[in-house]
Each structure stands twice: as C-alpha cells, then as structure tokens.
Design a protein around this ligand. Structure first.
Ligand code: GAP
Length: 448
C-alpha cells in the first residue's frame, strides 16, 4: 500500500488500517492472493460485492430509471478494433514512462516525486532513469486461433465507445429524439504503469458512464445540468461537504475537441483525487465513428429539418473509486467513554452491504430470532449472529457499516418487542415484532 505522502494524510488514521479492515472483513483483497496477487487487480468479497452492487443500483436508478430521456446498454467488453482507432486510443492513449537502469523498476514520468529512493545503486539513492517513452495503456488480446496482427483486439479502456458505435441502433429502437442519453455500467481495463493507492488506480475497474446527445446550441445548458445532477448524487451518498469539490479543467487540460470539463474530487488520505469526470466532448466521437465506419451518425430535427451531428455531454464515474471514497468517508476509530475504541463505517444505509443484523441475546432464543431474520431477509440483506457477547456482536456490525441491529431478548417472547439499535448514535428503541419491517422501511427505503 503506497501513500503519496503519509505526512499529508488529513485523517486521524492510516490508510493501511482501512486496507486491513477491507481484507479482514471481506470487502476487498488482492486477486489470486494465494499466488501472491497481481498488482492492480482486486477481488471484492461478500461485503464488497454488496456495497458495489448497491452503488451501481443507485446510479442506475438516478441516471436511467428515473428519467425518460436516458436508455441503458450493456455492450461487449471487446469492441471492433477500428473503434479504438476512431476514438484516438490507439494513437494517443498513453502515459509517459521511464525505467530505472539500476533497479529495473518502471515509473510514470509525470509522477517521479513518488518514486522513492533507488534500492540498487551504491553511493547514491537516486535512480538512473532512461529517456521518457510513451506507453500505450490499452490491454491487448487476440481473437480466434491465430496471434498475428490481424487478430489483435483490445479490452475496452472506457465503456463509452460502444455507446457511440451503438448510437443509431439504440436511438431507433427506443424511439428517442435528441436530447437523450445512453448509459452503461461495466468493466474497463488500463495497463497502468503504476497501479497504486489500493483500488484507486487499478488495471481492471468499473465505470458508470452516461453519454447525453444534444443539439450544438445547448452545450452550456446541458453541461451545467449534468454537473449539478452528479454533484447532487455524491451529496446524496453522504460525503462530508469539506471532502468533496468540483475542479473545472484549465484550458491546457482540455482535450482539443472539448468545450468544458470538470472533475468531481474527493479528499482521500493521499490527497484530492478525481472520482468522476463531467465532459463536454463536442461532436468528436460521433464524427470520428462516422468517418471510420462510413455509417452516418447524424440526425435530423423533425420540426426544423435541420441536419446535424449531436454533441455529447459525458458523465463518467469510477465505481471502485467511489466505493473507496465511501469507505474512507465512513471510516472512524471512535473513543468511547469507557476507554474502548470502536471502529465504525458510517455508510449511507442505501450503500451498506448488510442492512440489518438479527442478534438473539442467547442461543436459547435462536428459533424466534431466526424466524424474524428469515422474514426480514425477503426484503433486506440480513445477517444473523448468535455467537459471542452482545457488545462484541454490535462492534462487528459497526465496522462493516450495518445501520441497524435487532436484538431478540428474554422479554421479547412475552412483550412481543425487540430492541433496535442504530449504528451511529448507538440509540436503542423498543419496537414491536410486527412493527420491525415498517420501522426499517421508513429508515432504509428513503433513497431507492
Ligand atoms: N470516458 C471518459 C473516461 O474514461 P476518465 O477520466 O479516463 O474518463 C473516468 O475515467 C473515471 O473512471 C475516473 O473519474 C475514475 O473514477 C475512473 N478511472 C479511470 N481510471 C481508473 C483506474 N486506473 N482505476 C480505477 N478507476 C479509474
């Protein structure tokens, strides 16, 4: 686990503490761990997959389902290789790279501040760098039985290119008219030179992207609209206001075809970093795919009969980065009045992997408690735990972000009530057994 500069960590805990919680509790851990892992590839365990699925479901709900001007797509990961020529990736999608002749390590030339000392040179700790070369970040594979140049294909470097190549098909089948959008969630792959900061920069990751097609005269309006929508989404996730900011790109940072772009950034232990980009991509994508495929991707306005190539406003969020930001945002090591420390994940209930834990006070109460858990499980991701003292069981739920624990005690059989404990304030309330689903409904289903 590397941190750019631990001294600058604004949090009163170390990133390694969170990384170890993630592995220990089954959120995220290195892939192929028994073989030593592969740098830049991660597996999401039972809790991690729930968290990520909740995040994706919320994005899909807000961006696709709640709008009648956005359609969904799930395209293949491997696109026709011409796609990446048209998009400019084959030619331009590269990072500057240097090698150290002494220690044989490879670095991004624009991130040499993080290179650290060279372990292989005598008399100096400085690296012996080669000249800067460009390194294309697309991961290559071969299709079919041969491995010659004609069989080369790429794992997609971003999910949006199929949205452009499928533009006409989706538009015609859904009978949408500009302005409208196409959204997709899926894996993307980049052969990053230095994957780092846990899942933040990985070689395989998930993106949730929306490409919104508009008339050229409406660029400013739709860019402002989508930037506002996306800010709202992140605020809704419960990020602390002081840890979230929008950073407009400078003119130098803008792609040559772009009119405007802004990053939504989160304050990680390793500094302010992008979790989402909102981009005005102009008509670059549809024009290039028209040129490379020979297929017309322009539209005609039915009223004015104007013929034009739509412009695109894009919102592109990393699911893994947002999941990591949510874990960072929620992680706390809290000193309790009795001197103990409780580790807490203050996750928004809509994102929490487990919504409710059912905890009988004694194993003798297992039968009615399991009955309650079975009933709740039909609606919510529910965890049942009857072992260990109740305080320890609460702590185990706190550190994975479970918003509610329901305790079935010795009175429950006679007064028909259970104790519901809330994670953040640790308040406890007696609730009638039959009232538990409604109690949870009021508190858990506010978002989705
Ligand atoms: N279609 C536009 C596009 O792909 P990007 O800024 O390269 O734009 C968008 O990527 C988002 O994808 C980023 O904001 C980030 O959240 C996520 N992302 C990009 N590279 C990543 C990586 N190596 N590891 C994890 N997430 C990444």
């Amino acid at each position: 686990m590397s941190e750019a500069d631990p001294a600058k960590n604004p949090y009163p805990w170390r990133m390694d503490d969170l990384v170890s919680l993630c592995a220990r509790r089954g959120f995220v851990f290195p892939t192929s761990e028994i073989y030593g892992g592969i740098n830049g590839f991660w597996d999401y365990g039972p809790l991690g997959v729930e968290l990520k699925n909740n995040l994706k479901a919320l994005w899909w709900q807000r961006v696709v389902r709640e709008r009648d001007d956005v359609e969904g797509l799930d395209s293949a990961i491997i696109c026709h290789p011409r796609t990446w020529e048209a998009s400019g990736h084959v030619e331009h999608f590269s990072d500057p790279m240097v090698d150290c002749r002494a220690c044989k390590k490879r670095f991004r030339a624009d991130q040499l501040d993080d290179a650290g000392p060279c372990p292989a040179r005598e008399g100096t700790s400085e690296h012996d760098f080669t000249d800067v070369r460009r390194f294309n970040l697309m991961l290559k594979t071969f299709i079919g039985a041969s491995e010659d140049a004609a069989a080369v294909a790429y794992l997609r470097a971003e999910t949006c290119q199929s949205i452009f190549t499928d533009f006409r098909r989706v538009k015609d089948t859904s009978r949408q008219k500009v302005p409208f959008g196409i959204a997709q969630i899926g894996k993307a792959f980049r052969n990053e030179i230095n994957p780092r900061n846990f899942t933040f920069r990985s070689r395989e990751f998930e993106q949730a992207e929306l490409e919104f097609f508009i008339h050229p005269s409406e660029r400013e309006r739709w860019f402002a609209h989508w930037l506002e929508e996306r800010k709202r989404f992140h605020r809704e996730l419960g990020f602390h206001a002081g840890r979230l900011r929008v950073r407009p790109h400078t003119a130098q940072e803008l792609a040559h075809y772009a009119n405007a772009a802004a990053d939504i950034e989160f304050l990680f232990p390793f500094g302010w970093q992008e979790i989402e980009g909102v981009h005005d991509r102009g008509d670059w994508d549809l024009r290039r795919h028209t040129e490379y495929s020979g297929k017309d991707l322009s539209v005609t306005d039915e009223e004015t009969k104007e013929h034009f190539t739509p412009m695109v406003i894009e919102t592109s969020v990393g699911i893994d980065r947002t999941a990591l930001a949510l874990l960072v945002n929620g992680y706390e090591e809290q000193k309790l009045p009795d001197g103990e420390t409780r580790t807490l994940l203050r996750l928004h209930p809509a994102i929490s992997p487990i919504k409710v834990a059912v905890l009988p006070l004694s194993k003798k109460l297992a039968e009615p408690a399991q009955r309650l858990a079975g009933e709740l499980r039909r609606r919510y991701s529910t965890f049942y735990d009857e072992s260990g003292n109740i305080g320890r069981r609460y702590r185990r739920q706190d550190e994975v972000g479970t918003p509610f624990c329901v305790t079935y005690d010795f009175e429950s059989g006679t007064d028909g009530k259970v104790t519901v404990r809330e994670r953040d304030a640790m308040t406890q309330e007696r609730v009638s057994l039959e009232g538990v689903p409604a109690y949870l409904h009021d508190r858990l289903e506010v978002v989705l």
